[in-house]
Design a protein around this ligand. Structure first.
Ligand code: ZN
Length: 244
């Protein structure tokens, strides 16, 4: 096999893995195959879910999300380049009990990025988040949920668990309404769910529609007896080992 073919095959497999994994959330047999390698939901006996938000930080929007979340901790998958520009926003969000995870250094799809650039960008994003948040990110979710081989291999080596989601709301689209966001997220609300929303970008007004959906989402979780926690907390072992 010529090198170029081999590279193309590797890239193809990476994209296939990315498309395969979100599909896994809908088809149980596929999900069972994917879950050893990608965190899509957590098998837990606790009545907990993780609310996760992609694409920020936006210095105007993030404080609004933090205000509406109140005492309910969430996990923000943020872009390294934005984190470097808005360090105060990151610090303010962490101070309110939220977790910062990694959404790459920018929002380019990995499908077109070479291995060297992929790994350099991912390490830079990880370092920027660690510095601004005071804690290294423990989870990585690529832009568009699309992987390439380099990111697939590098994320765990950089201390970040490969992560996708169990339910999303299509909240970045212009055609998605606030009631639809509420309904779609609550339809996926069950113990161990990783719920995906967006706190920046998307169609004009999209983050505002997500923001407007949040109070009803929090109410709905409460009514179902589910508690929002950070992703790190959601994945913690059921029983801590007994110290001797
Ligand atoms: Zn994104």
């Amino acid at each position: 096999m010529r090198t170029r073919d081999r590279v193309a095959l590797t890239a193809g497999l990476g994209v296939a893995a990315g498309q395969f994994a979100p599909a896994a959330t809908f088809f149980a047999p596929v999900r069972r195959m994917a879950e050893p390698w990608v965190l899509c939901r957590v098998d837990t006996g606790r009545a907990e879910v993780a609310l996760t938000f992609d694409d920020g930080p936006d210095p105007d929007l993030a404080p609004e999300f933090v205000a509406v979340l109140g005492p309910h901790p969430a996990t923000f998958f943020w872009q390294g380049s934005r984190v470097r520009r808005h360090r105060q926003t990151v610090a303010g969000t962490v101070a309110q009990g939220h977790e910062i995870a990694c959404h790459g250094d920018d929002h380019r799809t990995l499908a077109r990025l070479g291995p060297h650039m992929t790994i350099t960008a991912l390490a830079r994003a990880r370092d920027s988040i660690a510095e601004a948040a005071g804690r290294a990110p423990a989870f990585y979710r690529p832009a568009y949920g699309v992987w390439n081989g380099a990111a697939w291999a590098a994320a765990p080596r950089l201390g970040m668990r490969r992560t996708l989601w169990s339910k999303w709301a299509w909240d970045w689209l212009a055609t998605t309404t606030t009631p639809q966001i509420i309904e779609r997220i609550l339809a996926g609300a069950r113990p161990g769910a990783i719920l995906l929303l967006h706190d920046a970008d998307g169609a004009p007004g999209a983050p505002q529609r997500t923001l407007a959906a949040l109070p009803d989402i929090l109410d709905g979780l409460h009514q179902r007896g589910l508690r929002p926690v950070t992703l790190s907390r959601l994945v913690r072992p059921s029983r801590a080992p007994v110290a001797v």
